[in-house]
Design a binder for this molecule. Sequence first.
Ligand SMILES: O=C(CO)COP(=O)(O)O
Length: 128
Amino acid sequence: MTALKCIALIAHDQKKDDMAEFARRHEAELSRRRIVATGTTGGRIKEACPSLDVTRLKSGPLGGDQQIGAMIATGEVDMLIFFVDPLTSMPHDVDVKALMRLATVYDIPMALNRATAEILLTPGALGA
Ligand SMILES: O=C(CO)COP(=O)(O)O
């Protein structure tokens, strides 16, 4: 597999603390990639890891998931780590589904929970 260039990070509200902690622990690995994130998630990651260069897109309910989906379709994002909250209904559920669909269509590694994300970021798991 070719080296990853860009990782998209997203977390629903109930999972944002988890994402901030995840980013902190993997800061060294993440700093070697381009990081894009939905708006609020990106802000939390930046707070947790001030040295990380994070491109913040729109907030999820305002189109951020769709922006990341478009970047997957154009080959600009090659891994998706999305800590989803399965216990809360979302007004933008259709956008979330569309994003997951595109990640599947383009066959990029996609983690929807922390356990899978840990595996994807295991050093050497997906190329240098
Ligand atoms: O809602 C989201 C993903 O569906 C995340 O958006 P925020 O990071 O802006 O909260």
